[in-house]
Design a protein around this ligand. Structure first.
Ligand code: ADP
Ligand code: MG
Ligand code: MG
Length: 195
């Protein structure tokens, strides 16, 4: 399965909407185990994506992902900006050079975050959503329940990367904010695939 340009645009649009709608909630999650700005950061990124796409409509999926990557890198800041930016930049390159399957595309994004963040699964970061979703796509069983399961798995983890790791054991019992924003990304993907 592959995403065409129109579907990819819809995917990004839905993600932008969810980020804007849930800005306060993402800040709330980040207040519990971070510095309270994840919603504000991602909302800034969402607005930068919209602005960029309105200035120049991308002609290819690769250009679309590149525009998302640049908006994230330039406007989001924090840890999450460069991480989402790397994921989308790597995905932009991958769709350009290969006839890549959606599952492999998300794996490329996940690998980009791992490389840039020096992180892996079970560290209570957005990787705990990206990697299981890549796996679910490979076995052809991505739905909203899977996204929810991945997100909720972060609750009982002790953070060993990012700001939440400063809290050590006290990071337990809270959802990871970056995993929540990534869950919005993949709920949006499920919506697009369901159409
Ligand atoms: P900051 O922590 O700089 O304020 P944000 O609040 O925007 O940045 O983003 C925090 C999120 O970034 C975390 O919830 C986590 O999911 C993700 N994150 C932080 N560090 C890493 C890392 N090294 N690898 C993967 N994800 C990370
Ligand atoms: Mg933060
Ligand atoms: Mg911050």
């Amino acid at each position: 399965m592959k995403l065409e340009l129109e579907q990819s645009q819809k995917w990004v649009e839905l993600f932008v909407q969810k980020l804007e709608t849930n800005k306060a909630y993402l800040n709330e999650l980040d207040t519990a185990i971070g510095d309270g700005d994840h919603g504000t950061n991602m909302d800034r990124g969402a607005k930068a994506i919209t602005e960029s796409l309105s200035k120049k409509t991308p002609n290819t999926v690769s250009d679309l992902y590149k525009a998302v990557a640049f908006a994230m890198i330039q406007k989001v800041g924090g840890a999450s900006g460069p991480l989402y930016g790397t994921a989308f930049l790597d995905m932009s390159k991958a769709v350009k050079t290969e006839n890549i399957e959606l599952s492999d595309l998300i794996q490329v994004g996940s690998d980009g975050i791992k490389r840039r963040g020096e992180s892996d699964v079970k560290m209570k970061t957005m990787i705990d959503v990206w990697q299981p979703i890549a796996d679910d796509l490979k076995s052809n069983k991505l739905d909203k329940a899977n996204v929810d399961t991945a997100l909720n798995s972060t609750k009982d983890m002790v953070a060993t990367k990012g700001r939440a790791s400063y809290l050590e054991e006290k990071s337990k019992g809270h959802l990871d904010p970056g995993s929540q924003s990534s869950a919005y990304l993949f709920e949006s993907l499920v919506d697009v695939l369901g159409d």
